[in-house]
Ligand binder design. Structure first.
Ligand code: FE2
Ligand code: FE2
Ligand code: FE2
Ligand code: FE2
Length: 405
């Protein structure tokens, strides 16, 4: 078992990189293993959260000396984020990166759902993953319309592309997106890391869509990004509300750094691209240094030991990107018709849900429905990648005689 608390890593003072070191060679857009792209995107989300969280902590920190220390770590996190995200090639279009983002949301959330020990938390991931699964399908159809290319070239056959919980039905009243939090004192450390990982992934998707959406000329593309970006904001609410609001700031900082160690350690073990692996290796050593700093601050301000928060047995089983097709098909067959009511889940549409739907949709179909219709009109079929047979929900199967994507 690798225990990050037993390692010093690279001292913080030695972590600033020069321009040459920051100028990393991007991956090859054509030859890359799709899961290498997924690991880059997931770790970018983790680094973005590290920066954003540190900014928020600094804003409420009254101690000038500590604010300078936070500024230093934050600068290092920023260099890490620039390196990680700059591994993505400029040749990829926004839509290709978008397909990668939704593939991350699907396969990372599915992995977390399969490994989450707490049933209430597991339900939150099982619920959410069916929605990003549907986004992948909507964007794949947009991709073929706008760029005349097929999503299978981006996601390979690792992740299936077909309807999930229809995006139109994902628009809920905001009250119903708030879950009950876990209890910081009794919850397994793994559950805390899971929540942090998924909220970070969803947060970067939200930021990305809200910024790139208006760059498109095609009305349907602009509209689809607008719609799905609103769902991603709901997803951030859904996942972040799982975190105990009673955690102290220093406890949260420790969890952030520990989670960064966990993810770099996990992906380092799985990475197939040697130059990307070298980045994960270096960043793990850097995160071990950040963790020491967080331990220091936790002791100083909370008078607690890190083991009280993350345990003393070391990291959980490494997170892996791998196909989750059977698991997702099982969820499609059993949980597609779920929605939320308060902090729980129900099968029937309820008054608050219906009112929100009415307010948003009125008489019109949302962009997520129109994109499929327009694709059918243009090509005579809708785009799917179904490698394991027909859709598990009969009503969502393709009509006979329609040519396959
Ligand atoms: Fe970092
Ligand atoms: Fe999504
Ligand atoms: Fe999402
Ligand atoms: Fe860090």
């Amino acid at each position: 078992m690798f225990n990050p608390l037993d390692h010093r890593g690279i001292p913080l003072d030695d972590q600033v990189r020069d321009w040459r070191e920051l100028d990393v060679t991007p991956i090859d857009a054509e030859l890359v293993d799709p899961y290498t792209r997924c690991r880059i995107i997931a770790l970018n989300g983790i680094e973005v959260e590290a920066i954003v969280f540190n900014h928020h902590l600094a804003r409420v920190c009254p101690d000038d000396d500590v604010r300078r220390r936070l500024a230093f770590t934050r600068y290092i996190e920023s260099q890490q984020q620039r390196v990680v995200n700059w591994l993505l090639p400029g040749l990829n279009s926004v839509l290709e990166t978008t397909l990668g983002y939704e593939q991350v949301a699907v396969d990372l959330t599915a992995w977390v759902a399969r490994n989450e020990p707490d049933p209430y938390l597991r339900q939150a991931y099982e619920f959410g993953v069916l929605e990003d699964f549907d986004h992948l399908y909507r964007y794949a159809n947009l991709y073929e319309m706008v760029e005349r290319r097929k999503a299978v070239k981006v996601v390979d056959e690792l992740t299936e592309v077909m309807p999930g919980r229809p995006t139109v039905l994902e628009h809920r009243h905001p009250y119903d997106n708030v879950r009950d939090p876990y209890d910081r004192d009794t919850t397994a450390p793994l559950s805390k890391l899971h929540a942090l990982t998924i909220l970070s992934a969803e947060q970067q998707v939200m930021f990305y869509y809200m910024n790139v959406g208006p760059q498109y000329m095609e009305p349907i593309a602009r509209q689809l990004y607008q719609e799905i970006s609103l769902i991603e904001q709901q997803h951030v609410t859904h996942y972040e509300s799982l975190v105990d609001p009673g955690e102290s700031w220093w406890e949260r900082l420790l969890l952030h750094e520990y989670n960064e160690c966990y993810l770099y350690y996990s992906f380092l073990r799985q990475e197939t691209d040697p130059s990307v692996r070298a980045v994960w290796e270096l960043h793990l050593e850097m995160e071990l240094g950040h963790l020491q700093e967080a331990v220091d601050l936790l002791r100083q301000f909370d008078g607690r030991e890190p083991e009280e928060i993350v345990g003393s047995v070391g990291l959980p089983e490494p997170i892996r990107f791998e196909p989750n097709k059977e698991f997702l098909r099982h969820l499609l067959a059993t949980q597609l018709d779920l929605t939320t009511l308060g902090a729980g889940y129900v099968r029937d549409a309820h008054a608050r849900f219906e009112e929100m739907q009415e307010r948003l949709n009125g008489e019109e179909k949302p962009p997520s429905e129109r994109v499929i219709e327009q694709h059918r009109n243009m090509f005579g079929y809708e785009y799917r990648v179904e490698t394991e047979g027909p859709h598990p929900v009969p009503e969502l199967r393709e009509k006979e005689g329609i040519r396959r994507g």
